[in-house]
Design a protein around this ligand. Sequence first.
Ligand SMILES: C[S@@+](CC[C@H](N)C(=O)[O-])C[C@H]1O[C@@H](n2cnc3c(N)ncnc32)[C@H](O)[C@@H]1O
Length: 321
Amino acid sequence: MNEHTKPPISISSHHLPVMFDESIQGLNIKSDGVYIDTTFGRGGHALGILAKLSKQGRLIAFDQDITAIEYAQQHFNDPRLTLIHSPFANMHQILCERGICGKINGIFMDLGVSSPQLDNAERGFSFNADGPLDMRMNQSNGMNVEQWLAAADEVEIADVIYTFGEERRSRQIARAIKRFQQQQPIKTTLQLANIVASVVRRQKNKHPATRTFQALRIFINQELEQLSSALEQTLELLAIKGRLCVISFHSIEDRIVKQFIQQHSQQKQLPKGLPVINSEIQQTPLKNLGKSFASKEEVKHNKRSRSAILRVAQRNNSNAK
Ligand SMILES: C[S@@+](CC[C@H](N)C(=O)[O-])C[C@H]1O[C@@H](n2cnc3c(N)ncnc32)[C@H](O)[C@@H]1O
């Protein structure tokens, strides 16, 4: 561990970084390089990156949740670390203004919510603990779930729950929500969880409201738009041989990452019989370095890692998009 990096004592007990070794390995860290952690959280992965950097190395960390940035300010006293309170979809603009567009050696994304966000009932992410129905990662911006559910009609609600939660009972859930709201507004997480549980059968090991909460969280935070936009931006941000490492936690998210990497790493088929020699074929912008999952050992200790998929790609020596 680098002398600059003192592990915050609370990190391991509060938030266990998922697929830590695999992520650090995937980034293939150059000690003097410039790295971006787009999802700082409690800095578990950031700490691993800092540990591999020399005094000249730099880590720029984003988080749209101010509590993550405040945590970093209190626990990370490291001149190599720059903190930015912003959604990661703004990273291209912010990093280009700093003159490092095309000079970044690795971009890391650990998507979704952190354990502290889930565990704090006041944030409204959990169907197990009662709290205000908020679910915004960035609480200084936009509508929360309570406001949106009050404003949206039944069809809109059903569509969101179906599209982002892949919930087959979406129509019945939306109807139950609107029926409840005829009596009183839905203000808390447990009110919503109970409404969902009244129309969705409990499955083994899965709360009936799991998919509905996932859907509303993805929608209210515009998580998929953020992800698609950020992935496109990485092409211009990464230096040649720079690495992109993304951990996703559900199939909708992983599909976006997978398709992005495939689209930019697969050679377009040329018509058969064209007289083209290998050196004339333009390289694709990315090389697909594959995917991996958390080990059985990790899943035993960290339930959250059960659904994690890490995908890694490398920027090729080409500006072709
Ligand atoms: C799974 S946690 C990251 C945990 C972190 N790797 C660690 O080891 O502590 C995800 C974090 O990313 C942040 N986040 C999610 N989407 C974001 C976005 N679009 N822009 C910026 N931060 C985001 C969340 O607020 C949360 O703190």
